[in-house]
Ligand binder design. Structure first.
Ligand SMILES: C[S@@+](CC[C@H](N)C(=O)[O-])C[C@H]1O[C@@H](n2cnc3c(N)ncnc32)[C@H](O)[C@@H]1O
Length: 220
C-alpha cells in the first residue's frame, strides 16, 4: 500500500508511459505502476547498495522482473532513452537538480514528476530556467506537507511570475484546503519569529513582508 505522497505521484503518471524512478529505494512506485498495468515498463534506479538490493528483492517478490529493470547507478546516467517519464522523489533540492543536470539534452515532451522535501520555490525557478514547463501540481499532507510537480520539457523558457514561483502556478489558483492550511501554518511560524525580533530590524521587516505576501495571496 502506497503512502498518500507516493499515491499522489502514481496518480500523476499517465497510462502507457515508460517510467524511470530515480532514487527508487524499495521500488514501491514502479512495482505498483507495473502491477496496475498503468505503465508498460519501468526502470528502478538507486545509487546505493542497500536500497538497490531492497528494490531488486521487492521486484522479484512481486513477480515484476520482466517489466522492471533495476540498476545500481547514479541518477539518470544509465537510464535508457525510451523512459518518457522520469520520477524523482524524496530527495533534497541539490541532489534532485544534480540528477537533472546530468541530462542537458532532453527529448521534447519528456515528462518529469518531481517532489523534493524543501526549497520548492527554488525548484520551480530551476525548472523554468531549464525549459521544464509545469503542467500539474499537487499538495498533500502525509505527516509533512509535500508539493509534487509534474512538468514537461519544452523548446523555450516559459516565464513564471514571482508569485507562481513562490506558491505554484496551479496551486495558488486552486487554493485547496491543504494548500491554505499549509500557508497558514507557514505564516504562524513566521509570526512567531517576528515576535521574537526587534520590530525595526531588517530581518523582522523582511519576514513581515513575507507574511503580508502570504496573506495577500490567500485573500486574493
Ligand atoms: C528518501 S529515499 C526516497 C525513496 C522514494 N523515491 C520515495 O520518494 O519514497 C531517497 C533515495 O534516493 C537515492 N539516491 C540519492 N541520490 C541518488 C542518485 N544520485 N542516484 C540514484 N539514487 C539516489 C537514495 O539512495 C535513496 O534510496
Amino acid at each position: 500500500m502506497l503512502s498518500l505522497r507516493l499515491k499522489t505521484i502514481e496518480n500523476l503518471v499517465e497510462h502507457g508511459k515508460i517510467i524511470a524512478d530515480i532514487g527508487t529505494d524499495h521500488a514501491l512506485l514502479p512495482v505498483e505502476l507495473v502491477l496496475s498495468g498503468k505503465v508498460k515498463k519501468a526502470y528502478a534506479v538507486d545509487n546505493k547498495n542497500g536500497p538497490f538490493l531492497r528494490a531488486q528483492q521487492y521486484i522479484k517478490a512481486s513477480g515484476c522482473e520482466t517489466l522492471i529493470e533495476a540498476t545500481l547507478s547514479d541518477g539518470l546516467s544509465s537510464v535508457a532513452e525510451d523512459a518518457d517519464c522520469w520520477i524523482i522523489a524524496g530527495m533534497g533540492y541539490e541532489t534532485a537538480t544534480q540528477i537533472l543536470d546530468q541530462r542537458p539534452q532532453v527529448q521534447a515532451n519528456q515528462q518529469l514528476i518531481i517532489q523534493i522535501n524543501h526549497g520548492v520555490d527554488d525548484l520551480r525557478k530551476y525548472l523554468m530556467n531549464n525549459k521544464w514547463q509545469i503542467i500539474d501540481e499537487r499538495i498533500v499532507y502525509d505527516a509533512h506537507y509535500y508539493q509534487i510537480i509534474k512538468a514537461i520539457r519544452v523548446d523555450s523558457v516559459v516565464r513564471l511570475r514571482t508569485e507562481d514561483i513562490e506558491y505554484g502556478p496551479m496551486l495558488r489558483k486552486e487554493k485547496s484546503s491543504v494548500f491554505t492550511e499549509y500557508w497558514q501554518f507557514q505564516m504562524q511560524k513566521l509570526k512567531k519569529i517576528v515576535n521574537q525580533l526587534d520590530r525595526g530590524s531588517k530581518r523582522a521587516q523582511q519576514l513581515q513582508k513575507q507574511i503580508n505576501s502570504i496573506k495577500n495571496m490567500l485573500n486574493g
